[in-house]
Design a protein around this ligand. Structure first.
Ligand code: PBG
Length: 336
């Protein structure tokens, strides 16, 4: 049936024909301002330890990390997110090294904030890099992850970060009620400017595998998983509920994690709450993409920039990505 005659009545291709008109109607743009750079830090000097499952990602000692921080500042990346890889000898069942005010992370935070006061520093609040069992919290004799006891340790950990000068603390543990308790702990110490980025919709995902290699928790975790506290990948209403709770408890920013397979969740969260919302393009996503780049199957620059732009279209205000430095470099290059 042809009611509109022989030719298309609307030519959508007209606006796609020229670069100027494509630019004119572009709805979303990626900028270095959108990027958060997650990094792994180790003790020592001039030390870089590869992460085999994340080609191109290295665990760095503070002196080398300082150079990375300088690069972030130059490229206009607003925030660096720190994750520790500590020696096995410091790991305990209760992960108490996490609460050491002179531990690796507080020392690194103090040094980076001194050298680069303008660079936002975010820290991870969870016990998995510090526990002998690789879980994010304390466990009882049955292996159950204890909620309230874990929060007590998390608060101690968080305070060592905030008191060292961390700008953003990011609880990634998924214990119930931790955001409210962390907010109270900050307020009662007068730390009113410390921001909380809540890992709110954090799924029990196999895409975290390479990260667990990087912080050295995967062999300790063994066959056990985190499904008793992280969310079921089958659910998205539950994610809204979690986000609502975290915002009500005092989160300044919320996160959906992993990234690309969860863009629907990201979209729903942004539409529903309109709060600052972030996505984490996690280690497994990085590893998959890198594998394809290394095989020459996908173009690295184009694929990375497209994937990051898609996060923005889906509602992200920013993206945590291991590609942050490269992406910011490419964006700068394209602007010239
Ligand atoms: C742990 C934590 C994880 C990540 C960030 N914080 C892993 C986990 O929950 O096991 C994953 C990041 C990534 O995969 O890139 N609290």
């Amino acid at each position: 049936m042809q009611t509109l005659g022989k030719y298309p009545s609307v030519r959508m291709r007209r606006m796609r024909h020229d670069d100027f008109s494509r630019r004119l109607m572009r709805e979303n743009r990626l900028s270095p301002d959108d990027l958060i750079y997650p990094v792994f830090v180790v003790e020592g000097e001039n030390r870089r330890v590869q992460v085999p499952s994340m080609p191109g990602v290295e665990r760095l000692s503070l002196d080398l990390l300082t150079k990375k921080a300088e690069e972030c500042v130059k490229l206009g990346i607003p925030v660096m997110a720190l994750f520790p890889s500590i020696d096995d000898s410091l790991k305990t069942p209760d992960g108490s090294e996490a609460a050491n005010p002179n531990g690796l992370i507080p020392r690194v935070v103090r040094s980076l904030k001194k050298d680069f006061p303008e660079l936002g520093i975010m820290t991870d609040v969870a016990l998995d890099p510090y526990t002998t069992h690789g879980q994010d919290g304390l466990i009882d004799e049955t292996g159950y992850i204890l909620n309230d006891e874990t929060i007590e340790m998390l608060v101690k950990q968080m305070l060592t970060h905030a008191e060292a000068g961390a700008d953003i603390v990011a609880p990634s543990d998924m214990m119930d009620g931790r955001i409210g308790i962390i907010r109270d702990a900050l307020e009662s110490r007068g730390l009113i400017h410390t921001k909380i980025m809540a890992y709110s919709a954090k799924y029990a995902s196999c895409y975290y595998g390479p990260f667990r290699d990087a912080v050295g928790s995967s062999s300790n975790l063994g066959k056990s998983n985190k499904a008793v506290y992280q969310q079921d990948p089958a659910n998205s209403n539950e994610a809204l509920w979690e986000v609502g709770l975290d915002l009500a408890e005092g989160a300044d920013m919320v996160m959906v994690k992993p990234g690309l397979p969860y863009l629907d969740v990201l979209w729903r969260v942004k539409q529903e709450f309109m709060a600052p919302t972030f996505a984490y393009q996690v280690s497994g996503e990085y590893a998959m993409m890198k594998a394809a780049f290394q095989n020459g199957w996908l173009d690295e620059k184009k694929t990375v920039l497209e994937s990051l732009l898609c996060f923005k279209r889906a509602g992200a205000d920013g993206i945590l990505t291991y590609f942050a430095v490269e992406a910011a470099r490419w964006l700068a290059e394209d602007r010239l």
